[in-house]
Design a protein around this ligand. Structure first.
Ligand code: NDP
Length: 338
């Protein structure tokens, strides 16, 4: 009989866990947040108390030795993800890891291999492919409703809220910068909606006054996909009033998603074609709860996470290529090496 109860250990006393993922874990039948680990004992204890978590640890080994922990959710800063994933896999724990999986594509591939060899599930927390809007767009494209997709535009320039204006804008060594933070989400969303992979990219980055240490706080990129489709993305930490969206334009129609590049289950999608415009029905649902549901099923041996480790390698490969392009001024090939 497959197991139905899973204890989770949080690696990282993070904002994203507090705001979204703890609740999404607790929304799953048979799931418990059993422990949290922080590099600071005081922060671990405070976080555990504030979030009703029974155990607090200040070392990875202690968390991984806890028999109540079957799976870990890694939401530390990005330079730590690889080592923590490999240690968790070696301890036989399933891993849901935040994006970007790592700082290099080779490291991310190693994480996929490590989890595969250990026989544990690896998921990447690309939440957007769980949105009703993006699922409706993917279904409409698969049903042929816009003909052949030719172009896409992603509007994901937002304002980084003051409580998150930390390592993202000050620490290159932690994987700061908007490309590894947001462009990777765009690429994952496009791969999901289009069922297609990017092959090359050209990008320009900007330091518009918020980010320091040579980090970019806005970027525009153009990706070419395997089908020949071209996609442009605009990502930012500095844009207060732009709003978000995604558009897919095909030979027979256009899909227009508004307010859909967000953590919240909101927004709309309309389909424009020869005879007019219609709103697609959206069964809105918490994106993170849906991701955790798929992850729990995968741990039971039923299916795979909403975004797999391989999906995380792909989005990182595209992000790394965009960074290289912004630096070199050249078009860069995207190669996940999978
Ligand atoms: P936070 O800055 O909230 O947390 C990251 C780390 O910072 C924590 O693990 C913690 O280390 C440390 N930290 C937190 N508070 C303090 C403090 N007061 N003083 C010193 N250190 C502190 O990051 P986010 O939650 O925004 O992001 C974490 C990860 O999640 C990143 O990989 C990010 O890319 C990803 N993310 C994903 C999202 C998604 O929707 N998929 C959305 C947002 C982020 P320690 O654990 O040692 O205490």
């Amino acid at each position: 009989m497959s197991r139905t109860r899973f204890g989770w250990g949080l690696i990282g006393a993070s904002t994203i866990a507090r705001e979204w993922v703890i609740g999404a874990i607790r929304a799953q039948a048979g799931a418990e947040v059993a422990a949290v680990m922080s590099s600071s004992a005081a922060r671990a204890a405070d976080y555990a108390k504030a979030n009703g978590i029974p155990k607090a640890y200040d070392t990875l080994d202690a968390l991984l030795a806890d028999p109540k922990v079957d799976a870990v959710y890694i939401s530390t800063t990005n330079e730590l993800h690889k080592e923590q994933t490999l240690a968790a896999a070696a301890a036989g724990k399933h891993v849901l890891c935040e994006k970007p999986l790592a700082l290099s594509v080779a490291d991310a591939r190693q994480m996929v291999e490590g989890c595969r060899n250990a026989g544990v599930v690896l998921g990447t927390n690309h939440h957007l492919r769980n949105a009703a809007s993006h699922r409706a767009m993917r279904a409409a494209i698969k049903a042929g409703r816009i003909g052949t997709p030719l172009a896409a535009r992603v509007f994901h320039a937002v304002y980084l809220p003051p409580h998150l204006q930390g390592w993202r804008i000050t620490r290159p060594e932690a994987g700061g910068g908007v490309i590894l933070d947001i462009t990777v989400h765009d690429v994952d969303t496009l791969r999901f909606v289009l069922d297609d992979d990017p092959v090359e990219v050209t990008a320009l980055a900007q330091s518009g006054g918020m980010a320091a240490a040579g980090l970019e706080d806005a970027a525009m990129a153009v990706f070419r996909f395997g089908s020949g489709l071209i996609a442009q993305t605009h990502d930012g930490f500095t844009t207060k009033y732009a709003g978000t969206g995604i558009e897919i334009h095909g030979t027979e129609g256009s899909l227009i998603g508004r307010d859909v590049m967000t953590q919240r289950p909101i927004g709309s999608v309309s389909l424009r074609h020869e005879t007019g415009e219609e709103a697609l029905p959206l069964a809105q649902e918490n994106l993170y709860e849906r991701a955790l549901r798929a992850f729990h099923a995968a741990m039971r041996g039923e299916g795979h996470p909403a975004a797999t480790g391989e999906d995380g390698v792909w989005s990182l490969a595209a992000g790394v290529a965009a960074l290289q392009s912004a630096k070199s001024g050249r078009v860069v090939k995207i190669d996940p090496g999978l």
